[in-house]
Design a protein around this ligand. Structure first.
Ligand SMILES: [Zn+2]
Length: 102
């Protein structure tokens, strides 16, 4: 199954709830699921990691459905078989340990 099909599947299952909830509250759900994935990784709980990662993707797809964004298309537009910063594969950018150190 490709990402485009997964996004359509999530739309068919949840669009009635997602539309009612709206963009901002759906984003809050996504953030909550990322925090649960963080906890699962900290606990080294592989079953929970798989479940929480799936939840993160499902909520991201719900959010994209609400914004009418084709995530597969957007992803391929940015990451077209190369790093979007340096244009190389593999990436030749300077290594960055965390998102905060430039
Ligand atoms: Zn790069």
């Amino acid at each position: 199954m490709e990402l485009k099909e997964m996004q359509k599947m999530i739309k068919e299952i949840y669009i009635h709830h997602d539309s009612r909830r709206g963009v901002y509250n759906t984003l809050k759900w996504l953030i909550s699921e990322v925090e649960e994935l963080d906890e699962a990784i900290n606990n080294n709980d592989m079953q929970s990691i798989k479940e929480e990662a799936s939840d993160v993707l499902a909520w991201l797809l719900s959010l994209m459905n609400l914004l009418s964004i084709d995530l597969e298309g957007a992803f391929l537009e940015k990451y077209n078989n190369k790093c979007p910063r340096c244009g190389a594969k593999p990436c030749t950018c300077d290594y960055r340990e965390t998102p905060n150190n430039q």
